[in-house]
Design a protein around this ligand. Structure first.
Ligand code: PGA
Ligand code: ZN
Length: 415
């Protein structure tokens, strides 16, 4: 059938102007191209991106990773069946030989892993989601990050992401449209703070002119209402605190206050009481399993999403399951470095009845792989930024195409 005939890696740039890895994989009748994203608020336990140490691109080049694909990975996988995803991923893990993929680089390995999957789908003349799971018919709820704080924007707002979750619609396309309307109304509300208030952060959301979470949340609720939707019922709100970024010496600095883990639990309980929040991601530091567990115990009906806490790594996910520290997995393929392991991470989360939230990174490319992956693994939610900037809209638009392809059999996971 389809043996891999050629692997062409290269350095391209991502949405922050940083270099990243792109890979082309060829078979006789198939072709797949994939590009690797990159985070800013990265978790301590993520697989490692290999970055060059020279002064090109301020020392952030990926030529070594590209070279590792060309010299080490390609000669080994050329001639293998392109559909042997697991064998190819396992071979790369073995060739690397480290826990964190630091030898070859998780960016090198992931680029090949995703490109192999796309080439296999193309070889079989199938869309990527259908190649990965021929039963897949479900479209995830989009989570649009419309206010950017933390490391993704320039202001003082500590919570990194304020997301619209349009779950009360019949179709993905209707949900997306409603969230876009709210995004545009939010822009008008923000204009009152002056022209610079509508500047965009890394993920296409507005870099907030306000410094505290309640002020940002008030504006979101106002925008949802002004657009004619019911806050909570039709459009709810999700937060990603990325709290490791504001945790120091045992204290969390948020909204101008320094709080203990326990006080931060109460802070979130208050927010959940006052606003239609249904999802809280990384509410605490990546090692603070106890506070995660306390919050989940107090707010069992809210999605407590583990991102930096579990870094899409089955060992960390098992720890979080054992400690009852979360009920939702944030899944980022580049945190672990192969497609096979990312799917294993999702399967493990499912054994504990967790939901799955697929995610982009703050440094992205035009690659739309995660949209297909979300459909293939029946992820309930996907977050891929605001409806702005091509690398963000690329994923939302790919889901529109998938909805169209699925036609009447498409099911939206909203309610
Ligand atoms: P990152 O942010 O890509 O900068 O890590 C996204 C997130 O924290 O979910
Ligand atoms: Zn996060």
């Amino acid at each position: 059938m389809g043996k891999i005939t050629k692997v062409i890696p290269r350095e391209i740039i991502d949405s922050r102007g940083n270099p990243t890895v792109e890979v082309d994989v060829y078979t006789k009748g198939g072709f797949g191209r994939a590009a690797v994203p990159s985070g800013a608020s990265t978790g301590e336990y993520e697989a490692l991106e290999l970055r060059d140490k020279d002064s090109r691109f301020l020392g952030k080049g990926v030529l070594k990773a590209v070279n590792n694909i060309r010299e080490i990975i390609a000669p080994k996988i050329i001639g293998m069946e392109v559909t042997e995803q697991k064998a190819i991923d396992e071979l790369m893990i073995k060739l690397d030989g480290t826990e964190t993929k630091s030898n070859l680089g998780a960016n090198a390995i992931l680029g090949v892993s995703m490109a192999v999957c796309k080439a296999a789908a193309n070889e079989l003349n199938l869309p990527v989601y259908a190649y990965l799971n021929k039963e897949s018919k479900t479209l995830p709820i989009p989570m649009l990050n419309v206010i950017n704080g933390g490391k993704h924007a320039g202001g003082n707002l500590k919570i990194q992401e304020f997301m619209l979750i349009p779950h009360g619609f019949d179709k993905y396309s209707e949900a997306l449209r409603a969230a876009c309307e709210v995004y545009q109304i939010l822009k008008n509300i923000l204009k009152k703070f002056g022209p610079s208030a509508i500047n965009l952060g890394d993920e296409g959301g507005f870099g907030s002119p306000v410094d505290t979470a309640p002020e940002a949340l008030d504006m979101l609720v106002e925008a949802i209402k002004e657009a004619g939707y019911t806050p909570g019922e039709q459009i709810a709100i999700g937060l990603d605190s990325a709290a490791s970024e504001f945790y120091e010496n045992g204290l969390y600095e948020v909204d101008g206050k320094k709080l203990t883990g326990e006080q931060l639990v109460d802070y979130y309980i208050d927010l959940a009481k006052n606003y239609p929040i249904i999802s809280m991601e990384d509410p605490f530091d990546e090692n603070d399993f106890d506070s995660f567990a306390k919050l989940l115990e107090k707010l069992p009906n809210i999605s407590i999403v583990a991102d930096d806490l579990t870094v899409t790594n089955p060992k960390r996910i098992q720890m979080a399951i054992d400690k009852k520290a979360a009920n939702y997995l944030l899944l980022k393929v580049n945190q672990i470095g192969t497609l096979t392991e990312a799917i294993q991470a999702a399967d493990l989360a499912r054994t504990a009845n967790w939901g799955i939230n697929i995610s982009h990174r703050s440094g992205e490319t035009e690659d739309t792989f995660i949209a297909d992956l979300a459909v293939a693994i029946k992820a309930e939610r996907i977050k891929t930024g605001a409806p702005a900037r091509g690398e963000r809209t690329a994923k939302y638009n790919q889901l529109l195409r998938i909805e169209e392809q699925l036609g009447n059999s498409a099911q939206f996971l909203g309610y």
